[in-house]
Ligand binder design. Structure first.
Ligand code: NCW
Length: 471
């Protein structure tokens, strides 16, 4: 690694979280259950039976948590809104009344951030669908997309005078494939056809919501955060390259194409013809989903190595997940994901910063001029305070350093990346993994809710302060 890197003037440094992962207070101020309440409370679904009932108790600790962000010098804070707090009575037919107490929580968060000089960035959907909508089909149902747009309009009307950037969806691939095909995320279904219907209704939801927000708040900027995969075929063989094409189609192109250029990739539609006839895509939907964001949110954690698989040997699985009952990789019967080599994070994910640069390069090549923000990047490691009370997390520091260096390089090449948000501000409820995995740059002692900035928080604060990376 060579010398220090500087980031462009005005580069936006932030941290990200999500409502169900940090808030707790699941029964307070009129909130009703989301699919994650139901899922986490279903025996056997999460490690240790962990739930988000209390989480990092952020709902009651906004002032202290914003003060922490200020100490780190963050420019921006990306958080998600719990739909079930805003319109707790929503069902498939109607959005239902707005809950003033739910809105007030986020309005106060926004005001507290602004008073601290921190820019709020809102994510409207980070996986916690109101349960009543799931009972009517969830993302397999078209009604969900329309209710989502109505909910987005309510939030934009309330916060649009103080929030400049609204992210419609976080990682819709996870919502669709982990939730409806693999069953390892809420709602825990294992139906490939349902997953593809969910893909479409998520894309539709993005387009409808983006339009609804712009109508209410013409100055608002729209983002969507995708977990873009850097898909690496193990060899240059035609079979390995075809495996890579299919994984790229399912994880990247199924979302990029409808939102950025319109329609679904013909090869993916053909590959999945045995699963669905795609009749959930109605005439006119292509236009409805096609709303290119002002900013593309790039979430990147780990490379995706793929290889053609034949039945001659057992298939390697490198999914790094818990006790799933299915696979997110539909129509991939002859694809395997070789176990990553080299150091791994606590999720079992391989570490390769080149992937962050490569996904950015690819977007810049295919969609020149499209502005990007890295809306998530980070790593889980099993850190605990030492006897002196500090939390040394050298692996996370190394991970962030490597990824920031790669990002600086691709920005220096000319890619329009405007900001970087570390995942995550705080240790939190890591979905099916519960509290067993720690992604925070700030440690949370769940028994006492004491927050302790880790060494990586100090490292990151230095990067933010100097707008550069000293290697
Ligand atoms: S699980 C996941 N994450 C982590 C989560 O805390 C955050 O809310 C998400 O936005 C960190 O960033 C995202 N992503 C899912 C990765 C896919 C794993 C593939 C599993 C295959 C069975």
């Amino acid at each position: 690694m060579s010398a220090a890197r500087s980031f462009p003037p005005g580069f936006d440094w932030g941290a990200a979280t999500a409502a169900y992962q940090i808030e707790g207070a699941v029964d307070e101020d009129g909130r009703t259950p989301s699919i994650w309440d139901t899922y986490a409370h279903t025996p056997g679904r999460t490690v240790g039976g962990d739930t988000g009932d209390v989480a990092a108790d952020h709902y009651h600790r906004v002032d202290a948590d914003v003060a922490l962000m200020r100490e780190l010098g963050l420019h921006s804070y990306r958080f998600s809104i719990s739909w079930s707090r805003i319109t707790p009575q929503v069902d498939a037919e109607r959005l239902g009344p707005v809950n003033p107490a739910g809105l007030a929580f986020y309005a106060r968060l926004v005001d507290t951030l602004l008073a601290a000089g921190i820019t709020p960035v809102v994510t409207l959907y980070h996986w916690d669908l109101p349960q009543a909508l799931e009972d009517a089909g969830g993302w397999t149902s078209r009604a969900t997309s329309y209710r989502f747009a109505e909910y987005a309009a309510v939030v934009a009307a309330e916060l649009g005078d103080r929030v400049g950037l609204f992210t419609t969806l976080n990682e819709p691939w996870c919502s669709a494939f982990l939730g409806y095909a693999a069953g390892v995320h809420a709602p825990g279904r294992t139906d490939p056809a349902a997953a593809l219907a969910a893909v479409h209704h998520l894309n539709l939801a993005h387009g409808l919501a983006a339009r609804a927000i712009r109508e209410r708040v013409p100055s608002a900027r729209i983002a969507v955060s995708l977990n873009l995969a850097w898909v690496v075929p193990e060899t240059g063989s035609a079979a390995d390259r075809d495996a890579a094409r299919r994984v790229d189609g399912l994880q990247n192109r199924l979302f990029l194409q409808p939102m950025l250029t319109g329609g679904y990739p013909a090869d993916v539609v053909a590959d999945t013809a045995d699963i669905t006839d795609w009749s959930f895509v109605r005439s006119g939907d292509e236009e409805l989903a096609l709303v290119p964001p002002d900013v593309l949110g790039v979430n990147y954690y780990t490379p995706t190595h793929v290889r053609h698989w034949t039945r001659e040997r057992p298939r390697e699985t490198a999914d790094g997940h818990g006790d799933g009952t299915g696979s997110p990789w539909i129509a991939c019967d002859d694809v395997e994901f070789p176990r990553p080599v080299g150091p791994l994070t606590d999720m079992g994910w391989g570490i390769d910063a080149r992937g962050l640069a490569e996904v950015v390069r690819r977007i810049d090549r295919e969609h020149p001029g499209l502005e990007m923000v890295v809306t998530e990047n980070g790593a889980a490691f099993p850190d605990e305070p030492g006897s002196d009370g500090t939390v040394a997390d050298p692996e996370r520091v190394a991970y962030l350093r490597g990824h920031l260096a790669a990002l600086a390089d691709v920005i220096a090449e000319g890619a329009p990346v405007r900001g970087y948000y570390v995942w995550s501000l705080l240790d939190n409820f890591e979905w099916a993994w519960g509290y067993a995995k720690r992604f925070g740059v700030v440690h949370v002692d769940y028994a006492t809710q004491v927050r302790t900035p880790k060494d990586s928080a100090r490292f990151y604060a230095g990067v933010v302060r100097t707008n550069s990376l000293t290697l």
